[in-house]
Write a protein that binds this ligand. Structure first.
Ligand SMILES: NC(=O)c1ccc[n+]([C@@H]2O[C@H](COP(=O)([O-])OP(=O)(O)OC[C@H]3O[C@@H](n4cnc5c(N)ncnc54)[C@H](O)[C@@H]3O)[C@@H](O)[C@H]2O)c1
Length: 358
């Protein structure tokens, strides 16, 4: 059986979350509040005109601080909160933006992590801190699937900045046993509105009956619903907090069979879109003959260590993850409350994961 999180661990727990207004952070913070955690959260103010998922969740009981994690202004308030668990998700998270603004990307992703590490160092009450990085931290000259012991690298600023965040975390003196890194692959799920990510691009195009343009239809990605790595993060943090003997870095990705091409995902999404919206609704796509961005192909993670050690794994395959994601957007567009949709999918996922064979 897969393991699921321990609600008693999270109830009343003081948790510092960075990046709470982002895609993953919104789902995570919604889930943590539902579990009864006390959350102190730090993110940037929203960009003008943006309506991120976070603003639509209407969560209460979150101390919602807006500041730059790479600066020092937020540290005293966070320290006064006396967190017991730290979940560091704040990042410049887009490959495309890394090319546009390398200095800003390194600033946020490296110095932001450094600030979090120095905060944790100063707070002995922090029992577990988890730094979220990515499958892109690996040197792509190695064969896939990547394992945790493989060399780190990064040919673009985003990937290199995340690899540097890994190095900072694992070289920081005196944090061993309290701070770990979680390397996750591409995730999909409702409420992601970032540019140049496939699912938000699908929803933007098809909601307005436009043709979706694919940059690299044959790129293979390890697709995973956002709830899946988030459950992994909760389990990992629980184990670190309990002092269990877990590695200092773990991959969180789907089984190799779930890594399929962008095109396969889009074809499945088009079917689901027509099921939800009617046979005549959108779903058109074409290939961009001149892709601008250099992107890594065939990224896959070997997540067997997380599977064995945390008893965590894939409960929803890529098709279920895609279906659930499109359903989320369609039901939200039809007026259902985003918070209820998030919590419904979290509950469905946890119920399935708890029954799934290991
Ligand atoms: N979404 C994915 O597919 C994916 C895949 C692998 C890894 N990750 C990693 O997971 C984490 C969360 O990703 P996401 O998709 O939710 O990202 P996102 O871009 O949706 O959200 C980023 C969050 O970080 C905050 N942030 C950015 N710069 C900041 C700064 N200087 N100071 C304070 N806050 C700042 C933003 O306000 C936002 O809350 C990131 O570390 C990302 O690199 C994401």
């Amino acid at each position: 059986m897969h393991r699921t999180h321990d609600p008693a661990f999270w109830s009343g727990r003081r948790v510092l979350v960075t990046g709470h207004t982002g895609f993953k952070g919104s789902w995570l913070t919604c889930w943590l509040r539902d579990l009864g955690a006390e959350v102190y959260a730090v993110s940037l103010p929203p960009e003008a005109g943006a309506t991120p998922l976070w603003d639509r969740l209407e969560l209460d009981g979150v101390q919602d601080v807006r500041d730059d994690v790479a600066g020092t202004g937020w540290l005293a308030g966070a320290a006064a909160f006396r967190p017991e668990v730290v979940l560091h998700l704040a990042a410049q998270s887009l490959v495309s933006e890394g090319y546009r603004d390398p200095a800003g990307t390194f600033g946020t992703n490296v110095m932001g992590t450094v600030r979090v590490l120095s905060l944790v160092e100063s707070l002995p009450d922090v029992r577990a801190a988890l730094v979220v990085t990515t499958d892109k931290v690996y040197d792509v000259r190695q064969p896939t699937p990547f394992r945790e012991g493989d060399f780190l690298g990064g040919k673009d600023p985003y990937s290199a900045s995340k690899a540097a965040a890994e190095l900072a975390t694992h070289s920081w003196p005196d944090l061993t046993g309290r701070v770990v890194t979680a390397r996750a692959g591409n995730v999909i799920g409702g409420g992601d509105f970032a540019l140049n990510r496939i699912v938000p691009d699908i929803v933007r195009a098809w909601s307005t009956d436009e043709t979706l343009v694919l940059r690299r239809p044959l790129a293979v990605r390890p697709w995973q619903h956002v709830v899946e790595p988030l459950l992994g993060y909760l389990l990992y943090a629980e184990d670190v907090a309990a002092g269990r003997d877990v590695p200092r870095a773990l991959n969180f990705g789907p089984d190799a069979a779930q890594a399929v091409t962008v095109q396969a995902l889009v074809e499945h999404a088009a079917e689901r879109w027509r099921e939800l919206r009617g046979p005549a609704a959108g779903g058109a796509w074409e290939v961009d003959p001149h892709p601008e961005m250099e992107e890594t192909h065939d990224l896959t993670l070997d997540a067997s260590r997380a599977q064995e050690l945390l008893q965590w794994g894939n409960a929803w395959g890529w098709q279920e993850a895609t279906s659930r994601t499109l359903e989320w957007y369609v039901r939200a567009a039809d007026g259902e409350a985003p918070r209820a949709l998030v919590l419904e999918q979290v509950a469905d996922y946890v119920a399935i994961a708890g029954r799934a064979p290991q």
